[in-house]
Structures are given as structure tokens and as C-alpha cells.
Design a protein around this ligand. Sequence first.
Ligand SMILES: [Zn+2]
Length: 416
Amino acid sequence: MHGLGQRAPLSRRAVLGYAGIALVASACARGTPASATPPAPTVQPRPTVVDGPMPIATPTRVRAFPPTLTPVPTIPPVLSPTPPIVPSPTAPPSATPAVHAAPPTPAPTTSISRSGGTPRLSDVAQRTPADVIAYLEGRLPGYPGSSPEWVIDFSPSDILETMDTIVLDEVRQRRGDQALARIYDVIAQDVLATLRDEYGDRWIVVALDAGHGGKKGFNWDPGSEGTEAEHTRAVAAAIVRLAARPENRRIIVRPIYNDAIADDFGLKPPRNRSTVNTTLMRQARASMLADEAAAWNRAHPNPSDQVAVHEISIHFNVGAGGALVLHQGDTVRPEFAERSVDFAQRYLRRVTTDLNATGLLPSPLGLWNGDGLHDDVMMYRPAALSAPLSGATLRYGALQGHGYLPRFIAQVLANH
Ligand SMILES: [Zn+2]
């Protein structure tokens, strides 16, 4: 059995906290169940030292959207003076070095609608490691001025650990594939409904990650219980499918994962860490969406045309016994962190209610550790980063704080 029943005897908060840390530890470990390798007590104390002197703000960038919601105006929309620079989704980037030597050709695809219309965002999932290196070096056409700083602190972001992976496996065993598909759809529906709650009738671009996975035969990471990646992909597919419903007409979903592309920047072992490669690929793609949205917003100042960006990463857990959302911490700009926490609270309320109402779970789903919330400081030290990291605080890369990503990017660029 899994779920709250198992947790009940652990009545003291301190015990709950430690149990949670230990159990969650392997949630993102590469195919290693928690019970096989209990994590060493190397949990980072909180609060801890911020990693390096990376600046919080990128002053030359225009942000994707203002921090507060703006009402729909009654004035007629204005003609946008310049079209936004949006890479054509019909022209996937090439992995060959030749494309990087070519002069930037950021020609827009078509003339832009005078009064908004549907924002156009490129299919960033097609971006390759070579594209990402060019992007980090400021050489990728369509993203003038891009730099490593763009890959952090660019939007609100949440990692959804809605339940333990083994619960999904049990639903499939006991009730079959249709019941499991129903669970996937409830999760997907609630992600979309929470976004509508959070942003009202604004355009929302969802940078969507399905946790783990990768290119099979190269770096496939099955995630917890050996099935997590399969479940995260199914939920992501349900989100894409349900986003086509009329009530989600203002939600634009763009996957940032792509299992057809090998996430490899050519580093040599032991620096070549596949999970970090994958994180960098996905974060770079998500930040491209943020830049495209910012360009759209500059060209479409009418408040009803403005686009918000929210990054969502789908995961499942090991032994947490409840729903958990990892939200942004104190090294991203406050308006992003506030959105992240607010989304987490709304989502947790909605999804626990709706999943319990299905009657399909083996036991009622509650909230991990009382409120289901945890910030971006890693709950354990991943095996891939076992070497000492003096002065570093490990943070979940998908939450855009100043964790290990900046120094990994430096390694990638130095190697290139
Ligand atoms: Zn995971």
C-alpha cells in the first residue's frame, strides 16, 4: 500500500520531514528505486549559499509580461510598428555547423495581424544541442543578444509530482489501461484549468516538460519504478490533446522535451552528465519561448494581446505518499516565484479533489508533508553530482534558480 495510510504512524513533523526527504530523494534518480539505494544524509541545509555571483536580473531584456494582470481595454488595437522575430516552425533548425556560420536571417514568416491574432511560437522541441550552443553564444538566428543568463529566471515554473509512480502502476494492474488513461486526463485537465484560473483570459504559452526519457539507445532515463517516464509522456500527450478544447483556446502548449534528439554537448566523462545535458536542452528551449513571447509582446502592446509564459514539468514520485509540487525559490525574481507558489497551491487543491473523486486510486490522495509544497533546493544530492561542490546549493534546474546550470553551461562553452 502506498499513500496516507502508510504515513499515518509517522506523526512527528520532524520525522515526516526527514521521511519525505529520504523518499523523495530518488524520485528523479536515474532508474534507481529509493529502497535500493537509500540516500546518504547529505541533504543541503536551508537556507544555503547562493551559487556564484550570477546576476539576478538581466537588465537589457524586456520581460515577457508585466507582473500584474491587465484588464482588456476598450480602445481599438494599434498597428504593431515592427513584426516580431519568430523563427519559422516549418523550418526546423539544422544540426550542422554550417547553419551557425550563416548570417542571421530572422525574417518573419508572414505579415503580422494588426490586432493581435494568435501568437506564433516556434516548435522549440526541434532545437538540437548545436542550436543550443549557438543560442548560448548569441549566434542563433532569431534570438539576438541571447546568453547563458537567459536560461535561468525567465518565467514562472513548477515541477508537478502529483503522486507516487507506483500508484499509477497499481491503477493499471488493478483496473486496466482505461482507468489509467482517466487518471492521466484528470491530471492534464487540472493543469489546464489551473492555468486558466491563474492567468484569466490572457494568452498563455506553456513550456511543457515530460520528466526523464531521452533518446532510446542513447540516454533513455525511465525514471522512478522504471515507468515514470512513460507516465509523464502520457500526461504531456493528454495536455496537448486537451489544450485543443474551446475553453483552452488561449493556451498554447509547446513541448520542450524531444526523445528523438540525443541530448549531448560532447563533454567528456565524468563531466558529460546526461541528466544535466537534458535539463540544459529543455531549459534553453523553454527560455527561447520566453524570448519569442517577449518579442510578440513588444510588437503587440495591446493588453488583450499580451502573452504570459509558464513552465510546467510533469513528474511522479517515490514513496512521498501524497501530492507534491516543487516551486520556485528565492533566487528568481519575486513575481515569478509568487506565480509559481500560487499555481502550486491552486493545482494541489484541484487535483487532489478531482483524483479522489474518480474512485480509481487505491487510497485517498493527500498532500505531501501537510501542504504539498517544497521549494527549488534539491532534497538530495544526485549520484551524478557526487563530487564535492564547495559553496554550491543544488537547485532543480527546471525551476530556473541559480543552481548547477550556470557552471555546467560554462563547461559546455569552454569545451566547444
Ligand atoms: Zn521524476
